[in-house]
Design a protein. Structure first.
Length: 193
Protein backbone atom coordinates (compact mmCIF):
# COMPACT_ATOMS: atom_id res chain seq x y z
CA UNK A 1 0.00 0.00 0.00
CA UNK A 2 2.95 2.30 0.63
CA UNK A 3 3.97 2.09 -3.05
CA UNK A 4 0.41 2.88 -4.09
CA UNK A 5 0.26 5.94 -1.84
CA UNK A 6 3.50 7.17 -3.35
CA UNK A 7 2.18 6.52 -6.86
CA UNK A 8 -1.06 8.46 -6.28
CA UNK A 9 0.87 11.35 -4.81
CA UNK A 10 3.39 11.40 -7.64
CA UNK A 11 0.75 11.23 -10.37
CA UNK A 12 -1.38 14.00 -8.87
CA UNK A 13 1.59 16.25 -8.14
CA UNK A 14 3.05 15.60 -11.55
CA UNK A 15 -0.16 16.52 -13.30
CA UNK A 16 -0.27 19.77 -11.33
CA UNK A 17 3.29 20.71 -12.23
CA UNK A 18 2.66 19.80 -15.84
CA UNK A 19 -0.44 22.01 -16.02
CA UNK A 20 1.56 24.84 -14.46
CA UNK A 21 4.12 24.68 -17.24
CA UNK A 22 1.59 24.49 -20.06
CA UNK A 23 0.39 28.07 -20.16
CA UNK A 24 0.04 27.99 -23.94
CA UNK A 25 -3.11 25.84 -23.75
CA UNK A 26 -5.99 27.88 -25.11
CA UNK A 27 -9.49 27.89 -23.75
CA UNK A 28 -12.27 26.76 -26.05
CA UNK A 29 -14.28 29.40 -27.89
CA UNK A 30 -17.57 27.78 -26.82
CA UNK A 31 -19.68 29.62 -24.29
CA UNK A 32 -20.34 27.44 -21.28
CA UNK A 33 -23.15 28.11 -18.83
CA UNK A 34 -21.38 26.35 -15.96
CA UNK A 35 -18.14 27.41 -14.26
CA UNK A 36 -16.31 24.38 -15.69
CA UNK A 37 -13.82 26.36 -17.80
CA UNK A 38 -11.65 28.63 -15.69
CA UNK A 39 -8.45 30.59 -16.13
CA UNK A 40 -5.95 27.77 -16.73
CA UNK A 41 -3.41 29.44 -14.43
CA UNK A 42 -5.87 29.80 -11.52
CA UNK A 43 -8.15 26.89 -10.74
CA UNK A 44 -9.26 24.39 -8.17
CA UNK A 45 -9.97 20.68 -8.73
CA UNK A 46 -11.37 18.07 -6.41
CA UNK A 47 -11.74 14.40 -7.10
CA UNK A 48 -10.49 10.88 -6.67
CA UNK A 49 -7.66 8.93 -8.24
CA UNK A 50 -7.34 5.17 -8.34
CA UNK A 51 -4.38 3.09 -9.47
CA UNK A 52 -4.27 -0.61 -10.25
CA UNK A 53 -1.06 -2.41 -11.19
CA UNK A 54 -0.30 -6.13 -11.38
CA UNK A 55 1.14 -5.84 -7.84
CA UNK A 56 -1.46 -3.69 -6.05
CA UNK A 57 -4.37 -1.27 -6.15
CA UNK A 58 -5.78 1.60 -4.14
CA UNK A 59 -7.23 5.10 -4.28
CA UNK A 60 -7.01 8.57 -2.76
CA UNK A 61 -9.06 11.78 -2.71
CA UNK A 62 -7.38 14.95 -3.94
CA UNK A 63 -7.81 18.69 -3.66
CA UNK A 64 -5.66 20.75 -6.01
CA UNK A 65 -5.38 24.55 -5.96
CA UNK A 66 -3.39 26.28 -8.72
CA UNK A 67 -2.40 29.97 -8.63
CA UNK A 68 -0.24 30.92 -11.59
CA UNK A 69 3.05 28.97 -11.21
CA UNK A 70 2.37 27.73 -7.70
CA UNK A 71 0.21 24.84 -6.59
CA UNK A 72 -0.91 23.02 -3.49
CA UNK A 73 -2.29 19.48 -3.51
CA UNK A 74 -3.65 17.55 -0.59
CA UNK A 75 -4.20 13.80 -0.88
CA UNK A 76 -6.15 11.82 1.68
CA UNK A 77 -7.42 8.31 2.07
CA UNK A 78 -10.84 7.23 3.28
CA UNK A 79 -12.07 9.39 6.19
CA UNK A 80 -9.10 11.74 5.79
CA UNK A 81 -6.52 9.12 6.81
CA UNK A 82 -3.01 9.29 5.36
CA UNK A 83 -2.76 12.98 4.48
CA UNK A 84 -0.04 13.91 1.99
CA UNK A 85 0.86 17.50 1.09
CA UNK A 86 2.38 18.40 -2.26
CA UNK A 87 3.57 21.90 -3.06
CA UNK A 88 5.43 23.23 -6.00
CA UNK A 89 6.35 25.73 -8.60
CA UNK A 90 8.00 25.33 -11.99
CA UNK A 91 11.26 23.44 -11.53
CA UNK A 92 10.61 22.36 -7.92
CA UNK A 93 8.16 19.88 -6.43
CA UNK A 94 8.01 18.65 -2.84
CA UNK A 95 5.98 15.79 -1.46
CA UNK A 96 5.63 15.30 2.28
CA UNK A 97 3.74 12.71 4.28
CA UNK A 98 4.20 10.74 7.48
CA UNK A 99 4.66 7.55 5.45
CA UNK A 100 7.19 8.77 2.87
CA UNK A 101 8.85 11.74 4.51
CA UNK A 102 10.01 14.56 2.25
CA UNK A 103 10.68 13.82 -1.43
CA UNK A 104 11.87 16.56 -3.80
CA UNK A 105 12.32 16.68 -7.56
CA UNK A 106 12.64 19.14 -10.41
CA UNK A 107 10.29 17.42 -12.89
CA UNK A 108 7.09 15.38 -12.63
CA UNK A 109 8.75 12.33 -14.19
CA UNK A 110 11.65 12.54 -11.72
CA UNK A 111 9.22 12.73 -8.80
CA UNK A 112 7.24 9.74 -10.04
CA UNK A 113 10.37 7.66 -10.48
CA UNK A 114 11.78 8.66 -7.07
CA UNK A 115 8.50 7.91 -5.33
CA UNK A 116 7.58 4.67 -7.11
CA UNK A 117 10.30 3.54 -9.50
CA UNK A 118 7.64 3.74 -12.22
CA UNK A 119 8.06 5.64 -15.50
CA UNK A 120 5.08 7.17 -17.29
CA UNK A 121 4.43 10.09 -19.67
CA UNK A 122 3.31 12.40 -16.87
CA UNK A 123 3.82 15.50 -19.04
CA UNK A 124 0.93 14.23 -21.20
CA UNK A 125 -1.55 14.56 -18.32
CA UNK A 126 -1.72 18.33 -18.82
CA UNK A 127 -3.14 17.76 -22.28
CA UNK A 128 -5.27 14.75 -21.40
CA UNK A 129 -7.04 16.56 -18.53
CA UNK A 130 -7.88 19.30 -21.04
CA UNK A 131 -9.15 16.64 -23.50
CA UNK A 132 -6.31 17.21 -25.96
CA UNK A 133 -3.65 14.94 -27.46
CA UNK A 134 -0.12 15.63 -26.24
CA UNK A 135 1.67 14.77 -29.49
CA UNK A 136 1.00 14.79 -33.21
CA UNK A 137 1.40 10.99 -33.26
CA UNK A 138 -1.68 10.40 -31.12
CA UNK A 139 -4.55 8.38 -32.54
CA UNK A 140 -7.73 10.17 -31.53
CA UNK A 141 -11.42 9.41 -31.84
CA UNK A 142 -14.25 11.80 -30.99
CA UNK A 143 -17.84 11.43 -29.82
CA UNK A 144 -20.97 12.75 -31.55
CA UNK A 145 -20.44 16.16 -29.89
CA UNK A 146 -16.90 16.37 -31.33
CA UNK A 147 -15.29 15.87 -27.90
CA UNK A 148 -12.27 13.64 -27.46
CA UNK A 149 -13.51 10.13 -26.71
CA UNK A 150 -10.29 8.11 -26.82
CA UNK A 151 -6.57 8.64 -27.35
CA UNK A 152 -3.88 6.10 -28.05
CA UNK A 153 -0.57 7.76 -27.32
CA UNK A 154 2.92 6.66 -26.29
CA UNK A 155 1.83 3.22 -25.12
CA UNK A 156 -1.26 4.42 -23.25
CA UNK A 157 -4.95 4.30 -24.12
CA UNK A 158 -6.97 7.11 -22.55
CA UNK A 159 -10.77 6.98 -22.44
CA UNK A 160 -12.65 10.21 -21.67
CA UNK A 161 -16.08 10.56 -20.03
CA UNK A 162 -18.15 13.75 -19.80
CA UNK A 163 -21.11 15.02 -17.82
CA UNK A 164 -23.94 16.08 -20.11
CA UNK A 165 -22.74 18.67 -22.63
CA UNK A 166 -19.58 19.72 -20.77
CA UNK A 167 -16.48 20.16 -22.93
CA UNK A 168 -13.92 19.05 -20.32
CA UNK A 169 -13.92 15.48 -19.04
CA UNK A 170 -15.06 14.50 -15.58
CA UNK A 171 -13.33 11.11 -15.82
CA UNK A 172 -10.16 9.81 -17.45
CA UNK A 173 -9.29 6.12 -17.66
CA UNK A 174 -5.63 5.52 -18.55
CA UNK A 175 -4.54 2.00 -19.52
CA UNK A 176 -1.09 0.65 -20.33
CA UNK A 177 -0.72 -2.94 -21.54
CA UNK A 178 2.27 -4.81 -20.15
CA UNK A 179 3.74 -8.23 -20.88
CA UNK A 180 1.67 -11.37 -20.24
CA UNK A 181 -1.62 -9.50 -20.82
CA UNK A 182 -1.15 -7.56 -17.60
CA UNK A 183 -1.38 -3.80 -17.35
CA UNK A 184 -1.44 -0.59 -15.39
CA UNK A 185 -4.71 1.27 -14.97
CA UNK A 186 -5.28 4.77 -13.60
CA UNK A 187 -8.74 6.22 -13.07
CA UNK A 188 -9.02 9.96 -12.41
CA UNK A 189 -12.45 11.32 -11.49
CA UNK A 190 -12.79 15.10 -11.37
CA UNK A 191 -15.79 15.88 -9.17
CA UNK A 192 -15.42 19.69 -9.07
CA UNK A 193 -13.56 22.08 -11.37
Amino acid sequence: MRLFSKLCVAICSSSVLVLTGCQHLSQPNKIITSPQVQDENNFSLQGKIGVRTPQQSGSAFFTWVQQQDQFDIELTGILGVGKTQIEGKAGQVTLNSAKTGLITATTPEELLEKATGWQAPIMHLAYWVQAKPATQNAQASKDEQNRLKQLIEDGWTVDFSYNDKQILPNKLLLKQTLADDKGNRITMVIQNR
